[in-house]
Write a protein that binds this ligand. Structure first.
Ligand code: C5P
Length: 280
């Protein structure tokens, strides 16, 4: 998720300059890879695309291209991260495929090579590789790691319907057509050093929220209804998931339980946690 997502006006290449603080949460997909005679992608979740629109396929192609190989694999995605939820789950799977296939195929690519491939796959993929807490600039792919003094607990409120990231950015352009640079996140960076949710909460910001709320008034209503339930509430990425910052782990679990009882689809998560890791 993004603790801050500050957006500038559209660049000539169609992307938007960002100043963002990426924060890796403890919600994981598991991407399993095995050598095979034919390339295949499967998932436990019917909503996961198994064609080239899935970043795991593009990650495999990119690795074969850079290594000059024609390796094949069967890839299984155990999906836990909400799909089209504004939580970069597809990017996480792309990053996972890069590290897993690099290992399976013995390509020996280092972190810098994988980072370059990740940036080609998508703006959020380098951070999914990296994890932790990082400042993202340019279209989000340029990262500066940030030391985090905080261990933050979040209650994520999901929605049944997804939201398209390009559609939210298009709506943003319509609503904010004047040329502008993304705002700074320096004050939030200082607050993060304290590790205190009450210092951090008021500084969380997402410039895409007005656009997402315009496209989905039901999410705006949900935001209004939930915004005082924790220390602070923000839209996650381009939405529609809402992220509520809790005062403590205990408070997060209690709030998640209460919201669940009220009929919300919630996940409790904390961070920062590492990015894509290989398990054998
Ligand atoms: O980089 P990625 O493929 O994840 O971006 C998906 C879409 O989100 C882009 O096609 C673009 O419409 C929008 N986007 C943007 N500016 C960014 C990142 C993404 O406009 N910095």
């Amino acid at each position: 998720m993004n603790l801050a997502l500050r957006v500038g006006s559209r660049r000539p290449d169609g992307f938007h300059p960002l100043t963002t603080l990426f924060f890796a949460l403890s919600i994981f997909d598991r991407v399993s890879v095995e050598n095979a005679d034919e390339f295949s992608v499967t998932s436990n979740h019917a909503g996961v695309p198994v064609d080239e629109s899935n970043l795991v396929v593009r990650a495999a192609q990119a690795l074969n291209k850079i290594a000059g190989t024609h390796n094949k694999a069967s890839i299984h995605i155990d999906k836990q991260i909400p799909i089209a939820g504004g939580m970069a789950g597809g990017s996480a799977d792309g990053a996972a495929a890069l590290v897993a296939l690099n290992e399976l195929w013995g390509l020996g690519l280092g972190y810098d090579d994988l980072h370059t491939l990740a940036a080609d796959l998508g703006s959020d993929v380098p951070f999914a590789l990296h994890g932790g807490l990082a400042l993202g600039t340019s279209r989000g792919e340029e990262l500066t790691p940030v030391e985090c003094g905080a261990d933050l607990t979040w209650v994520l409120v999901r929605d049944r319907r997804g939201l398209s990231t390009p559609a939210v950015f298009r709506q943003y352009d319509q609503m904010f057509p004047d040329p502008h640079e993304p705002a700074s996140v320096d004050v939030l960076l200082s607050a993060l050093k304290t590790g205190d949710p009450h210092e951090i909460g008021p500084l969380l910001a997402n410039d895409l929220a007005p656009a997402a709320f315009e496209l989905r008034p039901d999410i705006a209503d949900k935001y209004e209804a939930l915004k005082d339930r924790g220390v602070a509430t923000i839209l996650s990425g381009s939405g529609p998931t809402l992220a509520i910052l809790a005062e403590s782990t205990r408070a997060g679990h209690d709030l998640a339980g209460a919201l669940w009882t009220e009929g919300h689809h919630v996940i409790c998560a904390s961070g920062p946690v590492p990015g894509a890791v290989v398990e054998k």
